[in-house]
Design a protein around this ligand. Structure first.
Ligand code: ADP
Ligand code: MG
Length: 701
């Protein structure tokens, strides 16, 4: 056999062999020694504490007791045949039950023996029992009780368990592995960083995470491993950023010119909020440095990102560049187009819209105007990414609602100019800070954290199905005041047919409660053609209809200031960020706005928290923090393309502090040694040279 290293295939480990190796690969993706070493326990059982039988109840997790066997009998016939052993301590008596492996237990356990029993208690008719517990003969002379005070538990699968690879079996393999790998585990972090943050070595950490001597050793190990994970993600992200600024020049927007100034002084219909001003300043600084801007603009729904986008584009135009905005849907692109047209008025600058449904002849005209430079601003969908769309001089590309677009699409926009255009990515989905640092850690982040003055916070109420009449009454009352109402239904792929039935039933009920000619209703859902949707949307925008019944196509960006009521049906089925997005469709005008969350009476625990959170707060960041806690980062939109999901131990909801410290340290490292040339940073340099060849930089340039 070749020399052992951490990449040695797992079949060469003592106790594995061909068959188990196949299973480990298939079931756990454990291919090598290293993979097994990094297969961390998913929890630990505290075996230092012994419960008394009287303390036991059915809601306890795995526990252990010390007791004496008082009786043993086999009861039941055939399938129901089982071995029942009664154990007592000085507080009570309980039963241990086995349905399998009766013989072995029968041979080993006898009345009178003192035993340690370990397992999950259940309660039935006030009687406590444990089925298939682990039992050890109690030996007070033995130094350790059980094998470890904290016993690691590894995730296993049915197939693995059938082949002696339950949690204990995996632990045995790890024993074999750590014996021989202690000389192979190499440090990845520079010594000065370990010292500075009091981190244990990688060897100590890996040993302690699998075989913790005590809680303190385990805590130290976990802290070290989490730090390492988060540190290297930040190292990668910030190195990307550094390389990008070195490699790419940026278009220089030298001056604030006439279009910008004219717009500001004579067209802008309101005062900018301080947050809008601050963000514009940040963008202004970015775009005159001669380095490509890559900025994320986070702002809650209604915070006024569009006007910031427009003014940034005017800045580009004033400096002789073109600009574009890409939105994820046709409706949104059109919305941007209309609001920008409205803001700038006629004959100020040339603005066009390009989407999948743009006619061929218009398309041609637009392509030509882009090339000869007569078209200043192009707004559209991903149709902008197509090859025939060539600019004369694209200086700024804005992407709205980032999470719908991937990294690859960002890169496509870059290539539309010889000097990559400045990029401004706008998102109305507030992301928790930790997630932003990890998802967009290579971008600069601006936040509009202030709503325009005079906005009244939206009032949110939660009503149950049997309060529907109240909801209808409320709708009538608001419509009588001249307001408009959204009614939104969930439409989820897995239950699409049923959802469409609900939608139809809902439309019928609303049509009955709000009959013509007094009331008119718009209907928009995903099955309709783009043209039909647009037509219905426009009727609502023009206030020809008072009620808009829709599935979630209206989720993002739609702007009808006169609509002041958002009713969400089956609201318990929506995620928090979606609910927040939907609610953001109202509260855009001067009127008091309302959001009514309709739900069934049967709410899950999480569902309850979601609705309560919505009723309690309008703050998108607070909502996103709750969302992260409820669902974990894997289910938050946008995380799929990031390293977030590769995190083994670190938890973005809990480890904010470690993340912040790790990121600050990375920043300090690059400040002191941008190319990682110093001896003390050799390990970090190696991280890129040896183990991480995949900064796919050439892919983008
Ligand atoms: P979002 O950030 O959700 O994209 P919009 O840009 O659509 O928000 O702005 C929402 C509404 O607020 C629009 O009608 C816009 O004209 C208005 N608005 C934006 N900025 C201000 C401001 N500083 N003062 C008053 N109204 C504003
Ligand atoms: Mg918007």
């Amino acid at each position: 056999m070749a020399e052992i290293s951490l990449i040695t295939p797992i079949e060469y480990l003592k106790g594995v062999g061909q068959h188990k190796a196949e299973l480990l690969k298939k079931e756990l993706s454990v291919f090598s020694f290293q993979d097994l070493l990094l297969y961390y326990p998913f929890r630990y059982i505290d075996r230092t504490r012994f419960y008394k039988i009287r303390e036991l109840n059915g809601s306890l997790p795995l526990i252990q007791i010390i007791g004496r066997v008082v009786s043993k009998e086999i009861v039941g016939e055939k399938q129901a045949r089982r071995l029942v052993i009664q154990v007592k301590d000085d507080t009570g008596i309980m039963e241990l039950v086995w349905f399998r492996g009766l013989k072995w237990i029968d041979r080993t356990l006898h009345p009178g023996l003192a035993v340690i029993v370990f397992g999950k208690p259940t309660e039935f008719n006030g009687r406590i029992s444990i089925s298939h517990p682990e039992v050890e003969i109690y030996n007070p002379a033995a130094k350790k009780i059980g094998n470890l005070s904290l016993q690691p538990v590894y995730n296993s699968t049915e197939k693995l368990k059938q082949n002696q690879l339950d949690s204990k079996g995996i632990q045995r393999l790890l024993e074999n592995l750590t014996e021989l790998s202690s000389s192979l585990i190499r440090e990845t972090m520079p010594g000065y960083i370990l010292e500075k943050y009091h981190l244990v070595t990688r060897l100590e950490a890996l040993q302690a995470v699998h075989f913790p001597a005590d809680q303190a050793a385990l805590d130290a190990a976990i802290r070290r491993l989490k730090f390492e994970e988060l540190f290297f993600i930040q190292l990668k992200l910030l190195r990307n950023k550094l390389l990008r600024t070195e490699k790419f020049k940026g278009c220089v927007f030298e001056r604030v010119g006439e279009k910008f100034n004219e717009f500001y002084s004579s067209k802008l219909p309101f005062d900018l909020t301080n947050a809008q001003k601050r963000v514009l300043k940040e963008i202004r600084m970015d775009t005159q440095r001669g380095v490509q801007m890559n900025r994320l603009l986070q702002g809650d729904v209604g915070s006024g990102k569009t006007v910031v986008a427009l003014m940034t584009m005017l800045l580009a135009v004033d400096n002789g560049y073109q600009a574009c905005i890409m939105a994820p849907t046709e409706i949104l692109a059109r919305q941007h187009y209309l609001s920008i047209q409205q803001l700038v008025g006629p004959a100020f600058i040339q603005v066009e819209i390009l989407t999948g449904s743009t006619k061929k002849k218009d398309r041609k005209r637009i392509h030509e105007a882009l090339l000869d430079g007569s078209l200043h601003i192009l707004i559209g969908t991903h149709a902008l990414l197509e090859d025939p769309v060539q600019f004369q001089n694209l200086g700024l590309a804005i992407i709205d609602e980032q999470h719908r677009f991937g990294v690859e699409q960002r890169a496509k926009l870059w290539r539309k100019n010889s000097i990559p255009p400045h990029m401004l990515v706008m998102t109305a989905t507030p992301i928790p800070r930790t997630l932003a640092m990890t998802l967009y850690g290579d971008l600069d982040v601006s936040v509009i954290d202030e709503l325009p003055a005079g906005r009244k916070p939206i009032k949110t109420i939660h009503l149950y199905e049997n309060q529907r009449l109240r909801m209808f009454g409320f709708m009538r009352q608001e419509i009588a005041k001249g307001r408009q109402v959204y009614v939104v239904y969930p439409l989820i792929k897995e239950s699409e047919k049923l959802d469409l039935l609900h939608l139809e039933a809902g439309i019928e009920a609303i049509s009955r409660a709000f009959p013509l000619p007094e009331f008119r209703i718009s209907i928009v859902h995903g099955q309709m053609s783009a043209a039909d949707k647009e037509f219905e949307m426009q009727r609502f925008v023009k206030h020809e209809t008072q009620i808009m019944v829709a599935t979630t196509v209206i989720e993002v960006g739609v702007n009808v200031p006169n609509a002041s009521v958002m009713i969400i049906e089956n609201s318990e089925r929506f995620g928090l960020s979606q609910l927040h997005q939907l609610r953001g469709r109202v509260g855009r005008g001067a009127e008091q706005s309302y959001c009514i969350l309709m739900s069934t009476n049967k709410l899950s625990a999480d569902g309850k928290i979601r609705l309560e959170t919505m009723v309690r707060t309008n703050d998108g960041f607070e909502i996103s923090e709750t969302d992260l806690k409820l669902r974990g980062p894997g289910n938050i939109e946008g995380t799929q393309q990031s390293g977030v999901l590769d995190l083994k131990l670190a938890d973005l909801a809990q480890d904010q502090h470690i993340l912040q410290v790790a990121r600050n340290e990375v920043i300090a490292v690059f400040e002191a040694d941008p190319a990682l040339e110093k001896d003390e940073n050799q390990l970090l340099r190696e991280y890129f040279n040896v183990r991480q060849p995949g900064i796919h930089w050439n892919k983008i340039s």
